[in-house]
Structure formats: structure tokens, C-alpha cells
Ligand binder design. Sequence first.
Ligand SMILES: [Zn+2]
Ligand SMILES: [Zn+2]
Length: 329
Amino acid sequence: MKEYLNLFNDWVRLEESEWVPNDKVWQFVYYFLCVQFLGLSPTLLPIWMLVMEYFAEEVNAFLFGSDFAQNWTVCCLGAVTVSLYWINGLSWLAWDFLSPTWCKKKYLVQPKRVITSKVVWKVSKNLIVNQILTVIPLCLFYDVIFMQQNRGLRIEDVAKLPSYFRVVKEVLLITVFEIIIFTLGHLLLHTRMFYRMHKVHHELKQPFALAAAYSHPFENVISNFLPFSAPAMLFRVHPYSQLIMAFVAVMGTQLHHSGWDLPWYKFMEQPDFHDKHHEFFTVNIGVTGLFDWYMGTGVESRNKPMTWRKSIISPLITDNQGMMKMKLK
Ligand SMILES: [Zn+2]
Ligand SMILES: [Zn+2]
């Protein structure tokens, strides 16, 4: 197993090969993917792109260059990720509150969505508790068990920025595994045994960006933290690639929960796709639509006849109604 992983690492780290076109082409691919993943979010994306384009060396040196960062790399990444979550989430919230009514009517997936300050306060308290109970201990765990034993992210590479080619390869690799782990974890959370925890996240039938990680601490670990951190540690990516991945994960999930059907963004049918999951509970379990299309659990198949694939998945998925009946007994 270890040998296979090493082979994989070597391939991922390979900076040059005969078929690699020049870095400008990969720079274009990198920005193309950023826009696809993040959907030109009207908030942080343009600023982030400018900063990462012109100050990448400085960001890399500031975050990973010090002695402290060499020992506590994941904690540094965690601090940036949590800060980004709040900055991007609050700027989405400003947009939620300040946008004109005609805009809400036209572009909200659920035009009658209401966000009260009471809900925002409840969500904020949940986020802070989860960050203290799960994010801080897990970052410390990664640093002590992996990073300080010369495993995990490849901190020895930070002296040099990775090429666009390497960032694209590493981010795509983590994204594929993130989607697989998230989908399986989400399916698990919808089973009768675990839905008790997942129903916290499903309290919000009308999601908004800041509430993307509103969840039970167990779900925060399984669904939010592990899917994008475990593959990065396993495949030993460059810390800078993981920084980009953190932006993709945070801004991606907030976009998927934003409730805004942005006219210029139709990639993977988001945020409509995940919004429908919050509205109807038992559909759209995956991220890209591929899993639900294949298994027949997409929102469009709700009133269609049962297929053999759907008959495997459907009995596993409990719904809110089922939980309510259980409570009444
Ligand atoms: Zn959700
Ligand atoms: Zn769910």
C-alpha cells in the first residue's frame, strides 16, 4: 500500500514531463477550474484571485515559512480556513440582507426564503462550538501525529511555490476523493442510525451560505473536515495546494448553500442541486449529480418508478417524516 502511495506521490509531484505544455497553459487551466468550482462568487473570489496571483510567494512564505509554521502547519491552515469561512459567509450574509427585493425574487432558488437574526445567532453559536470542539483538536492531531513525524503535507517543499501544473493535479486529486468521501459520509448520515445527528443540518429547509457547516459535531468531522483534509495528508500534497483546496472547499460549500441561482453559474446545477436536498431531504445526496443520476436518487426521479439501483439506496435513506414518526412512538 505504502509503495503505491509513494508512486502516486511521485506522479503528483512530477513537475515536468514531455507532454507538459508551458506554465501559462496550466495557469489558464487553474483559473478556469477556480471559476468552475467557485462560480465567480460575488464576494471574495475576485479579491482572492488577485492576491493569489500577485502575492503568492509572500502568502506562501508568511504562512509556511516560519519555525512555528513548520511544526504547526495544519493549525496555520485551519486558522486561515476558519477565518475565510467567516469572512466569506458574512459577506454572503450582507448580500442576503441588503440585496433588493426584485433581485431576491428573480435569483433566489426559494424566493420566499426568510433569514431571521435569531437563526443567524443560532447558526453562529453552532459554528463556534464546532470549531472549538472539532476543528482545533483535529488540526492538533494532524500536526502531532502526522506533520511532526514527517508524514502528511509535504512541508519540506514549501521553500518553492508549486507550479500551476502541480497545484491543478493536487487540487483535482483531493477534489475527487473529497466528493467520494462526502457522498459516502452523507449517505451514512441519512441512515436511520445516524440521521439523529444529520437532522441538525437539515433544520434549515432554506439554506444560506453562512449555515453551510451548521451541523452536529460528528457531522462536522465526517462531512466537512475529513473529506478535504484526509486525502491531502494521505497523498502528501504541497501545503500551498492544500491552501487552495481549503478555499475551494469553503467557498464551494458556501456557494452550494447560498440559495442564489447565479445567472452566470450553471456548473453541476449548483446551488439549486443542494438546495433541493434541503427542501426534499431524500434526494440529491451527492455533489456533482453523477451519483444521484446513476443511483436514481436525483430530484427529477422523485415521482418516477423504482429502478433496481434506487431500490438498493432508497431503503437506506431515512427522511424527516420517518424521524418524526419515531419521535411520536
Ligand atoms: Zn447542506
Ligand atoms: Zn442531507
